[in-house]
Design a protein around this ligand. Structure first.
Ligand SMILES: *Cc1c(COP(=O)(O)O)cnc(C)c1O
Length: 394
């Protein structure tokens, strides 16, 4: 065993000091406020010093119970729990419908499929419009519900919509889909991994029954932490308390919520950084327009490079974007570094986050970049293209 490799000086983060445009990284960068509390709360079960009720979400000092209510208000829902991530939140909800069926949009994240599989739910997909926009239309939900009714004799137990998908960064029409689901009486989960925490979310206004969010992806928190919000009608089902009694000891745990392993898996830094960043998050969602303006500017600049084309919906309504880049792919074919050339060229310019080896198409996220950083990234791509003989418009 070589324990030297674990010395702090050998555990430096390679991306330190670089501009990170990896899609999953932008919304999880800690706020200054969160950075200030890290040391104090970094020990193991730090928040459990003053736990009197045996559940993290009921702790009053630090003010987690109040925080839970504020997050519910922020999403315009009734009640909230903290989970180990958006994936765990989906698992918890689907556990309430175990053995049933669930309709997913065909751009759903793998964790939506896995949560269904682990709970024995049959999965049906809502098609998307395909190349080049890949849009999910509200009628698709109604059509899929009818198809399931025809095939199985009943409507599905549950539906899920990926508010912003991780592949194209399309923003789905959650309100219209929420209406369709309400009309059919099918409860809807809105997966806001790429929206809540950076965009304003009005749960009741969109007729959704459940919201799942990702603290480490979009709420400037330390991993792992997710958000599960719901309305009062569902709390008994989803936040179900333990009914079991030990057959020999007679022990019971009536306050413990079963789907959260009795308490919650996020004590310590994840919940504390989520809380410390919350005031900044409440503020930043109001600045979303500015982020879109930057995103659209960036698309225009990228498309000045010969062959580069945005895919997914237009105009861009989110900061996560997907480009087709056949000209970069041509360069890769004759470059001695092959597909890795782009990654290396960007790294030389202080930019990380493009998947090494990817040149045919790639995804990036410009959320929270300053104009200066954004220009630096756009110029890097243009410069790399020009240096390899690709035309760039002025
Ligand atoms: C990133 C992502 C997830 C996973 O979120 P976790 O909080 O890490 O579980 C789920 N769904 C979508 C759409 C995502 O983009």
């Amino acid at each position: 065993m070589n324990l030297d490799r674990y010395r702090p000086e050998n555990l430096r983060r390679p991306s330190n000091g670089m501009i990170n445009i990896h899609p999953i990284q932008r919304g999880g960068i800690l706020t200054d406020e969160a950075r200030r509390i890290i040391n104090e709360w970094a020990d193991g079960y730090s928040v459990c010093d003053l736990c009197f009720e045996g559940r993290v979400d009921l702790i009053r000092n630090p003010p987690i119970e109040e925080f839970k209510r504020d997050v519910a208000e922020f999403l315009n829902m009734d009640d909230v729990r903290f989970t180990a991530g958006a994936r765990h939140a989906k698992f918890v909800i689907m556990a309430g419908y175990a053995g049933g069926s669930v309709v997913l949009d065909s751009l759903a994240h793998y964790t939506s499929y896995i949560a269904a599989e682990l709970n024995g739910l049959k999965v049906f997909e809502v098609p998307n419009s395909g190349y080049p926009e890949f849009k999910i239309h509200p009628e698709g939900y109604a059509e899929t519900f009818e198809r399931i009714k025809e095939e199985t004799g009943s409507y599905p137990s549950l539906a899920l919509l990926t508010h912003v998908d991780y592949r194209y960064g399309n923003v789905a029409d959650a309100k219209e889909i929420g209406k369709v689901c309400r009309d059919y009486g099918v409860p809807l989960i809105l997966n806001t991994a790429y929206s809540s925490g950076i965009m304003e979310i009005d749960g009741k206004g969109m007729y959704v029954d459940f919201i799942v969010g990702s603290g480490h992806k979009s709420w400037a928190a330390t991993a792992p932490i997710g958000i599960l919000a719901t309305n009062f009608e569902n709390t008994d089902k989803i936040f179900r308390k333990s009914k079991l009694r030990g057959d020999w000891s007679g022990r019971a745990f009536t306050k413990k919520e079963v789907a959260f392993f009795g308490c919650s898996p996020v004590y310590g830094l994840p919940v504390m950084t989520l809380m410390a960043s919350f005031p900044a998050v409440v503020k930043r969602v109001k600045e979303w327009d500015k982020e879109i303006e930057k995103a659209r500017w960036f698309v225009r600049e990228m498309e000045k490079i010969e062959g580069v084309q945005l895919i997914g919906e237009r105009p861009k309504a989110h900061t996560l974007m997907h480009f087709e880049t056949p000209t970069f792919h041509m360069i890769a074919k004759r470059h001695k570094k092959r597909g890795y050339f782009l990654y290396h060229e960007l790294k030389k310019r202080g930019i990380v986050g493009i998947h090494p080896g990817m040149t045919k198409n790639f995804k990036i996220n410009v959320y929270g970049l300053s104009w200066e950083e954004l220009e630096k990234v756009a110029n890097a791509f243009k410069e790399i293209a020009e240096e390899h003989g690709v035309e760039v418009e002025d």
